[in-house]
Ligand binder design. Structure first.
Ligand code: NDP
Length: 454
């Protein structure tokens, strides 16, 4: 065999797996056809977060007045932001490639496909490998209604030459919500259309409602139970015809209606790799496909499509195969952040999910952060703990408010360790902070079921 491990895809999962395996002494080859670092570094988490931060500066500048700063904002320079963002993305992408080379991996900047269960065709060559990892990620789903060809997808935000003044966003998931905050924060008039009654399905209801309130208060036009019927080209932009009978004018229409695994052209059939009904590569918890020495990691398996999950899976597989440390990654209690303005941080079960397992105690705090007592901005922070009544274990912690993803990362350690409400209670708060509310919540929310029984 030419390689001990051949990795197809140089994103979060593939790069980590290849680099750690090479560090363990394996002969590693890795192929990437588009950009090192994959979606996260190039058209996802990293440039998105920089744009959220850009959007936040607008409100921070306004808020500074309350603190005595005489700040005048004269607008936003989109191309200056784009240059700064693209420079950082290029730097990080280069680091990803260098890390692989530094670890001794053979790097191919080309598309790879399986010819059989041990042979890969890459860059006009045939190479053989003992183990193969498929980590080709996913791509945005494009809608199919008439005029859908006029829609942009998430990748396109990062190549737009200027800020669109009027934006329609389709979808109610992570991307649609984050993009609504970014584009609104940078000065666009934003309409977000979601087909169901409340966006962010699967997240805790109080947090979902809280975010909808905050976004509406900021001036975003949120329309629930509403979808696009068709999009047509107008002389200056587009017209979106909606299911509630309206016509919305837009300079850009973004469809953020999910992502699907990249499996086309990989030769999966030739190698005997099985695909699920939803078009993802079927794997067990160790990432093993229907062919025992072929693995699939990250978004191409469409489980929890988050970068830190993908990198953890890549690292665990490299340790298992070449580091003498067999292990798998748990997909339970994976914390996550939604980088809206204000953001969400969450770990564990929502109240609705937890209540399906048995009785729960719910602690909820809603307050105006100290900063806004001075700025006058009408923004609320919301924190919530969902506790299993019988064991007092904290099953879920949820936050909507400034710094929520930063705060929830620490809380997640306690939740993963199985902390009880009493463990939270005996922890001393950091004062004055918003985070201290997580250890000072004492008032249970009245239980509507218990009250009804009285
Ligand atoms: P999501 O799967 O999160 O959300 C898709 C949204 O589109 C849902 O609101 C869904 O509605 C709606 N939708 C799906 N199909 C249709 C349709 N045919 N017509 C109208 N609406 C539709 O996808 P995203 O694209 O937002 O993000 C993809 C994934 O990327 C996320 O799930 C997440 O794993 C990852 N991600 C993570 C981020 C982070 O960690 N901060 C940031 C961005 C992405 P419904 O709920 O009714 O099905």
């Amino acid at each position: 065999m030419d390689f001990d491990l051949f990795v197809i895809g140089g994103g979060s999962a593939g790069v980590r797996c290849g680099r750690i395996a090479a560090g363990h002494g394996a002969r590693v080859g890795i192929a990437e056809a588009r950009f090192w670092g994959g979606t996260c570094v190039n058209v996802g988490c990293v440039p998105k977060k920089l744009m959220v931060q850009a959007a936040e500066y607008g409100t921070l500048a306004e808020d500074a007045r309350g603190f005595g700063w005489d700040v005048a904002v004269h607008g936003h320079d989109w191309s200056r932001l784009a240059r700064a963002r693209d420079g950082e993305v290029a730097r990080l992408s280069g680091i990803y490639r260098k890390l692989l080379e530094g670890a001794g991996a053979a790097v191919f900047e080309a598309r790879a496909r399986l010819l059989d269960a041990h042979t890969v065709e890459v860059d006009g060559r045939r190479v053989t490998a003992k183990h193969i990892v498929i980590a080709t990620g996913g791509a945005p789903v494009r809608p199919t209604f008439p005029g859908a060809e006029h829609c942009l997808v998430s990748d396109d935000l990062f190549t737009l030459p200027r800020r669109p003044d009027r934006v329609v966003l389709l979808g109610g998931g992570y991307i649609a919500c984050e993009f609504a905050s970014i584009l609104h924060g940078l000065g666009a008039k934003v309409h977000q259309l979601y087909r169901g009654p409340l966006f962010l399905r699967g997240f805790d209801d109080d947090i979902r409602e809280g975010l909808a309130e905050e976004m509406r208060a900021a001036g975003i036009d949120l329309r629930f139970d509403c979808d696009a019927l068709r999009v047509e080209k107008a002389h200056d932009g587009f017209i979106v015809h909606t299911t509630d009978g309206r016509m919305l004018e837009a300079d850009a229409v973004f469809a953020a209606v999910g992502r699907r695994p990249n499996i086309a052209g990989l030769g999966l059939e030739d190698a005997g790799v099985r695909v699920t009904g939803r078009g993802a590569i079927a794997v067990d918890e160790a990432g093993r496909t229907s062919v025992p020495h072929i693995y699939a990691l990250g978004d191409v398996t469409d489980r929890l499509n988050l970068t830190p999950v993908a990198t953890a899976q890549g690292h665990a597989l490299a340790d298992t195969l070449f580091g003498g440390n067999p292990r798998t990654v748990s997909l339970e209690n994976v914390p996550t952040g939604i980088f809206t303005i204000p953001p969400i941080g969450t770990v564990g079960l929502s109240e609705a999910q937890a209540a399906k397992r048995g009785p729960v105690d719910v602690y909820l705090a809603r307050f105006r952060p100290l900063r806004h007592a001075i700025t006058g901005r009408d923004r609320k922070t919301l924190m919530k703990l969902v506790v299993e009544r019988q064991t007092q274990r904290v099953l879920g912690a949820h936050m909507l408010g400034e710094d929520a993803p930063e705060i929830i990362q620490g809380i997640a350690i306690a939740v993963v360790m199985g902390a009880t409400k009493q463990d939270f209670d005996r922890t001393i708060g950091v004062h004055p902070s918003a985070a201290e509310e997580f250890v000072t919540m004492r008032q249970k929310r009245p239980d509507p079921l218990a009250e009804a029984a009285e």
